[in-house]
Design a protein around this ligand. Structure first.
Ligand SMILES: CCCCCCCC/C=C\C/C=C/C(=O)SCCNC(=O)CCNC(=O)[C@H](O)C(C)(C)COP(=O)(O)OP(=O)(O)OC[C@H]1O[C@@H](n2cnc3c(N)ncnc32)[C@H](O)[C@@H]1OP(=O)(O)O
Ligand SMILES: Cc1cc2nc3c(=O)[nH]c(=O)nc-3n(C[C@H](O)[C@H](O)[C@H](O)COP(=O)(O)OP(=O)(O)OC[C@H]3O[C@@H](n4cnc5c(N)ncnc54)[C@H](O)[C@@H]3O)c2cc1C
Length: 644
């Protein structure tokens, strides 16, 4: 049998790297231990032939694809249990580790929601007694759950959910009911045929009063026969753009009774006699969504890194056209337009991975504070989780598409894996909070922050610069730090513009809700700019921080990746940077002089020449002339700006 020979061009490109690949691998994995864990699991999985498809899944029926995904999920979970029992060096039962294992099968797992939301909700919203009863069963998959919140009629507007949970003190039970067709739960992953339990989010009624949405743990299928229990209507919602094996389903209740103890009672409670005990904050009910949004930022980075690797490798091996008659066809990687498509995908996967790690640390610190009863950081973290989830998933999905297009016709083949990756990232832009809705949530926070900034009130860390731009005059030089300050100035400009827009519409007679709606495009833009500033700053600072403990060769390349990312987004948002010049935020005029051609000689001009690393192996050293950018700030008459 022909041995697969590695392509000559790929070997040559790989031989050209200027840094230690293992060091980069450890950096991406979060350290040597992370690489060891990952490799242990990969080694477990890669040799299991049942995990490799004899027939491409695209040729299977909907039912066969689902059964194939269930089979693979069972194999992966059994491998994990055996591995933990044998080595116990890998904390298999951390949802993120379990998620990592499940994602090694090409198909989205029908138990993804079990690990991604059902288990985390028990962690985050069940009382200690309830965790005692359900957590181990869930971790050992003795019960398989999902998270049923969205309904046919409502996904975004949670306060509009129609499913009811009415407390009956005579039997100490809640009666779950779907009063309308639009109240049917619609979308929950695993609900179609897989889950026998679920977290149900419903309007809680007790003593004829509504207390708003709360979470309940509900068994929906018989543990022995797996048939729906009496009063439960459940099934598959059918084919979708992607995520075909996520087994998304629908669920309706017909006066279905559950014990009082099945209300998740970490935060709020209903006592036996029906008295309602309020939680410290209604917002704690939304805790699982915040956790998943935080996880999605890292997931977006992971999916994009897969696509960028495929595109980078293909760009090394594909030869096309003949710019010079009689010469061999060049690798498409040598076309600057190809570099411009692929390298920003590589840089962005690193930017989102590091930002996701930073956000996870902030979330971990918040959960510790919440356990101590301190909710101070909750509003800022909610705003961060919303905009970073929105922007990371949107950037990831659009760059996955860009990577596909960079591979020409072969990128359109199922066997390229782009369709699967695209389908997964497209879903993420919508689920766990739709893109626009999330940015508007962040805008709520920014409008409050702006009012405080105008009053000179000290703000929380990620918006503190708003006060600065109203007072101090930043000393500006032409460095990446200056670009980051430029993004801060753009964000402040957009926040001010949106706040002024609301005020303008109110002054013209609109009430606040209509004024908000009229200014909502500007509000979304303000959130986008606030979020971009966070990603740029976090990426740059994380690289600076890690560079101190890594070899110089790797530090240089990663630093240039972050410079590429900054340069790319200044180019993408050049109009906003020009606009900054007109917003009287400080006494210093920010002049965005020009985009320098390589010949520019202005003292302040620095061309950013970027050397790029592949996400995994392929190292390509390319200087990107056309991304040379000059960002100069100066007071008038200080420099000869003619050369720009
Ligand atoms: C590595 C693994 C990664 C993947 C893991 C598994 C993935 C599995 C795949 C798919 C799963 C998908 C699951 C789902 O989609 S579950 C359903 C998700 N649904 C949503 O996200 C709904 C989105 N909508 C909202 O969240 C709501 O719009 C709202 C709650 C944000 C706002 O609604 P509204 O009723 O209008 O309330 P207000 O705007 O008035 O806000 C009220 C108040 O509460 C604050 N707040 C809102 N949400 C939160 C929160 N999550 N945390 C903290 N605080 C919150 C909000 O800021 C307001 O506060 P105020 O300004 O002080 O008044
Ligand atoms: C693949 C996939 C898996 C999912 N898995 C689950 C799951 O497991 N469990 C679960 O509970 N849900 C799940 N969902 C549902 C998901 O959470 C919802 O689709 C999402 O919250 C959006 O709500 P919606 O579909 O009602 O869209 P809508 O909210 O109706 O959005 C439609 C449009 O209206 C706009 N819009 C809505 N509200 C506003 C507003 N206030 N201001 C401005 N514009 C607005 C939106 O921006 C959007 O453009 C899943 C969805 C998908 C696609």
């Amino acid at each position: 049998m022909a041995v697969n020979k590695v392509n000559e061009d790929l070997l040559r490109e790989r031989a050209r790297y200027t840094f230690n690949i293992e060091e980069l691998t450890n950096f991406i994995d979060g350290g040597e231990e992370g690489t060891r864990n990952r490799r242990e699991v990969e080694d477990m999985v890669i040799h299991v032939k049942e995990l490799h498809d004899e027939v491409p899944e695209d040729y299977l029926s909907h039912k066969e694809r689902y059964e194939n995904a269930v089979k693979k999920g069972c194999i992966l979970i059994d491998l994990l249990k055996e591995h933990v029992l044998r080595h116990s060096s890998f904390d298999a039962y951390k949802p993120s580790n379990m998620y990592r294992v499940l994602s090694m099968a090409k198909e989205v797992s029908p138990v993804l929601l079990h690990m991604g939301m059902f288990v985390p909700t028990i962690f985050g919203q069940a009382s200690a007694e309830q965790q005692e009863e359900w957590l181990h069963k869930a971790l050992m998959l003795e019960i398989i759950g999902t998270y049923a919140q969205t309904e046919l009629g409502h996904g975004t507007f949670l306060r509009g959910l129609e499913t009811t949970a009415t407390y009956d003190p005579s039997t100490e039970e809640f009666v779950l009911h779907s009063p309308t067709l639009t109240s049917y739960k619609w979308w929950p992953g695993g609900l179609g045929q897989t889950a026998n339990h679920c977290i149900v989010v419903a309007q809680l009624y007790s003593r004829e009063k509504c207390y708003g949405v709360h979470a309940f743990l509900v068994q929906i299928r018989d543990s022995e026969t797996h048939m729906p229990l009496p009063g439960i209507k459940v099934g598959d919602i059918g084919p979708k753009l992607g995520f075909q094996t996520a087994n998304n389903g629908f669920l309706g209740f017909d006066h279905f009774r559950i014990p009082r103890k099945n209300m998740l009672m970490r935060n709020a409670q209903v006592l036996k006699d029906g008295r309602y005990v309020k939680s410290k904050s209604d917002k704690l009910t939304y805790g699982t969504m915040m956790l998943v949004r935080v996880m999605i930022v890292s997931d977006a980075a992971y999916e994009l890194s897969r696509a960028a690797t495929i595109a980078a490798r293909y760009s090394a091996v594909r030869r096309q056209s003949m710019p010079r008659p009689g010469q061999p066809e060049p690798q498409i990687l040598d076309y600057v337009t190809q570099q411009h498509k692929v390298f920003i995908a590589i840089a962005t996967s690193h930017a989102l991975r590091l930002t996701g790690g930073w956000l996870w640390d902030a979330y971990s610190s918040l959960t510790h504070d919440l356990d101590q009863g301190n909710l101070d950081q909750l509003p800022e973290l909610h705003a961060l989780a919303c905009c970073l989830k929105a922007i990371s998933s949107r950037d990831s999905n659009s760059l996955v598409e860009q990577c596909r297009m960079s591979c020409g016709g072969h990128g359109y083949m199922s066997s390229s894996n782009f369709p699967t990756i695209y389908g997964a990232t497209a879903a993420t832009v919508t689920y766990e909070g739709e893109y626009t809705v999330m940015l508007l949530q962040t805008a709520r926070y920014l409008m409050k922050a702006w009012k405080e900034a105008l009053g000179g009130i000290v703000l929380t860390p990620t918006v503190a610069y708003m006060v600065t731009y109203n007072k101090a005059k930043p000393a500006w030089v032409n460095t990446p730090e200056a670009i980051i300050q430029g993004f801060h100035a753009v964000a402040v400009g957009k926040v001010k513009e949106a706040a002024d827009g609301i005020e303008y519409h109110q002054n013209s007679g609109k009430d606040y809700e209509d004024a908000w709606n009229a200014a909502s495009v500007m509000l979304v833009k303000a959130s986008e700019c606030y979020c971009r500033a966070i990603i740029c700053e976090t990426f740059w600072k994380e690289i600076q921080k890690h560079s101190r403990s890594m070899s110089r060769n790797l530090a240089v390349v990663l630093q240039q990746l972050s410079e590429l990312y900054l340069s790319y987004w200044v180019l993408e948002r050049s109009g906003d940077f020009f606009q900054v010049r007109t917003v009287p935020l400080t006494r210093t005029k920010f002049e965005f002089v020009s985009f320098a051609s390589p010949k520019c000689h202005c003292q302040m001009c620095t061309g950013f020449v970027a050397h790029i690393t592949s996400v995994v192996v392929l190292a390509v050293q390319v200087s990107i002339q056309n991304l040379t950018l000059t960002f100069c700030t100066r007071k008038r008459n200080e420099f000869d700006i003619g050369s720009c």
